[in-house]
Design a protein around this ligand. Structure first.
Ligand SMILES: Cc1cc2nc3c(=O)[nH]c(=O)nc-3n(C[C@H](O)[C@H](O)[C@H](O)COP(=O)(O)OP(=O)(O)OC[C@H]3O[C@@H](n4cnc5c(N)ncnc54)[C@H](O)[C@@H]3O)c2cc1C
Length: 402
């Protein structure tokens, strides 16, 4: 640890920015997090009603695929529970099937031949190493083509398997067909083949606990407007506080962007970190839908899907009502066609979903062309919370050894 503490500004109080601040703070660094919204969490926000927690964004993690996130959540002492695949419903037309092997086989949706191909894909996925630090060479090669090409050409999937299996798993971007890089798509599939966990009080329990630990070092309602390298070294930062006309200027030794998918070009000329993203539109509503009672997560196939509902979470109240947090892939999606009469609690609005990295796009790193200016978030190889925690650790380590 150096004698003069460098001053570090982090922009954005989602999981990436807060984790980075927490790690640096633990090592005694002088860190301030600026968040433009009145609350922390970003895509880790949760809606709570009648003791039920519904995630507005990310909802689960897999310790095997997200080891960095899992170790953070354990360190923070956040309670979580296992979500088994039998609690996932795959909905194709009127047919509701548990996502476990047995239910899929028994569903009658696939021939034995189809089912064996699905198992072959799962076996292949199990052999891959998704850890961000180890970089399985096969994944790198798979980045060159799309998930659809991979499933058709290498796995021999027919249209039915693409429509029934590949789309629901990988269509979070609601693009048709799923032109996401094969390695990224396989990572999403791997969620269906490993232990899954959910924080009992929703994902925001993690960012709220990080916020507690950073007590006093997170400034809400404050947007970063401009970052310039100053002549004496370091950065001059322009901040806008909500409701105040005058902009505030501060100087920092390091700047870390954790602003999600927003383009940085307007804030730091010369850096464009924008990655093509998709947007999701969500509704949280109350309904009576006993047909979904055995399930916690719903995934609707796009095949023959005229209602435009993609899927989401469903939780039950003791009196027979359910609270559903559902995403639509069509702006005019009609949830009543699926759930009957609904009472809309909030609309979640458009929010940036999981980054979809198209085939042949370049892989990004936390370093930028400007020394001491870094980016953390869900852009690093795999589009998920693991990338957020991994990049946060990477930047914290880099600053410690400088
Ligand atoms: C519907 C949905 C479901 C998902 N499900 C999963 C899942 O199950 N598993 C998984 O691994 N991932 C999932 N994800 C992805 C995951 O939520 C994100 O990868 C992760 O939360 C991104 O965190 P972040 O900190 O990088 O960005 P964000 O959470 O977007 O945080 C960025 C923060 O920066 C702030 N900000 C932006 N601009 C400025 C500015 N100029 N000044 C100050 N602050 C600024 C924003 O207000 C925000 O709070 C899901 C995402 C969505 C939308």
């Amino acid at each position: 640890m150096k004698t003069k503490k460098p001053k570090i500004a982090i922009f954005g109080a989602g999981i990436a920015g807060l984790t980075c601040a927490y790690l640096l703070k633990k090592d005694g660094y002088d860190v301030t997090v600026y968040e433009k919204r009145p609350d922390v969490g970003g895509r880790f926000s949760v809606f709570e009603t009648e003791g039920v927690y519904i995630n507005k964004g990310a909802l689960m993690y897999a310790p095997k695929l997200n080891p960095h996130f899992a170790s953070l959540i354990n360190e923070l002492g956040i309670e979580s529970e296992r979500l088994t695949l039998s609690r996932f419903a795959l909905i194709i037309g009127d047919k509701i099937t548990g996502l476990n092997n047995f239910a899929m086989f028994k569903s009658g949706l696939f021939s034995l031949f189809d089912y064996l191909k699905w198992l072959k894909l799962k076996r292949f996925i199990r052999e891959l190493d998704f850890r961000l630090e180890s970089y399985d060479e096969r994944l790198e090669e798979l980045h060159q083509y799309s998930l659809q090409e991979f499933c058709e050409k290498k796995m021999g999937f027919n249209k039915k398997l693409i429509d029934y299996i590949v789309q629901p798993f990988s269509s979070f971007g609601y693009i048709d067909p799923p032109y996401i890089a094969a390695d990224h798509g396989l990572f999403l599939f791997a969620y269906g083949d490993t232990e899954l966990r959910v924080p009992i009080k929703g994902m925001s329990a993690v960012t709220d606990e990080l916020h507690n630990k950073l007590n006093g070092y997170v400034k809400l309602n404050t947007s970063v407007k401009e970052v310039k390298q100053s002549k004496k070294g370091g950065f001059s930062v322009v901040l806008e506080e909500k409701g105040k006309a005058a902009l505030v200027k501060k100087n920092y030794d390091y700047c870390i962007f954790a602003t999600g998918q927003a383009s940085l070009n307007k804030i730091v000329p010369g850096i464009d970190f924008q990655i093509p993203i998709t947007k999701t539109r969500g509704l949280i509503f109350e309904a009576k839908c006993p047909q979904f009672n055995p399930y916690d997560v719903l995934l609707f196939s796009k095949y023959n899907n005229t209602h435009g509902v993609h899927g989401g979470e469903v939780k039950r109240l003791p009196d027979g009502r359910s609270i559903c947090g559902i995403f639509l892939y069509h702006p005019k999606g009609n949830v009543e066609k699926v759930f009957g009469k609904v009472k809309i609690l909030p609309k979640v609005g458009w929010s940036p979903a999981i980054t979809l990295i198209p085939p042949k796009s370049s892989l990004r790193d936390v370093l930028t062309p400007i020394p001491n200016l870094y980016v953390v978030g869900d852009f690093y190889r795999l589009p998920c919370i693991e990338s957020c925690v991994y990049t946060a650790k990477k930047v914290a380590e880099t600053i410690k050894i400088i």
